[in-house]
Design a protein around this ligand. Sequence first.
Ligand SMILES: Nc1nc2c(ncn2[C@@H]2O[C@H](COP(=O)(O)OP(=O)(O)OP(=O)(O)O)[C@@H](O)[C@H]2O)c(=O)[nH]1
Ligand SMILES: [Mg+2]
Length: 197
Amino acid sequence: MDYSFKNIKFVKSVVDIKDKPISLPEILFVGKSNVGKSSLINAICNNKHLAYTSSKPGMTKMLNYFSVDNKFYIVDCPGYGYSAKKDFDYNFYGNMLETYFKDNNDLKLIIFLLDSRIIPGENDIDFFNFLKESKQKFVICFTKSDKLNQSERARIKKNYSLAFNEEIKEDSYFLVSIKNNSSLEKLKQFILNNLGA
Ligand SMILES: Nc1nc2c(ncn2[C@@H]2O[C@H](COP(=O)(O)OP(=O)(O)OP(=O)(O)O)[C@@H](O)[C@H]2O)c(=O)[nH]1
Ligand SMILES: [Mg+2]
């Protein structure tokens, strides 16, 4: 395929799906606050200044659309599970994302991020169930793999099955770090392969 991930532009921030930019395939990045959504987007786009990141949770506050090679959008999303903004969580995930999922034929793939060092929590489980019910295609992306020690690395799949009550299928997840290029390349390729579905 003829996409290069080279020509990447911020297009628009929206809170209401009715205001989204012209129709192109969309790849949505979701997950808990601080899991690394915006950083991962910057890393695969090779531009540290594209999406705002922060060491504190709650940085991203709207759906931010980035166009890639004028062919598709990467959409950065606010995180859930940041306790200081419970009302925000409720409104956003209860209303906005639901509408976004339901009425959005352009959504091709959801990248669902989980911190590779941590057992997924209640919010992750809720969101996982929401994703499954939505029938949208999603893939798990375990983040911050550079921070793993050996025993943490060995526990990733066990943590997953403890939380979600099912074994993780091989080829249904990625383990990534913004510092590991080959992990980023694999994710990029997967995104490109899923634009038409
Ligand atoms: N070591 C390491 N740190 C990472 C990685 N990815 C993200 N981080 C750090 O994690 C913190 C949170 O990153 P963000 O990208 O802002 O997280 P987010 O999921 O967009 O957070 P919200 O917008 O608040 O929902 C920042 O301090 C990043 O530098 C990674 O692969 N390795
Ligand atoms: Mg963010």
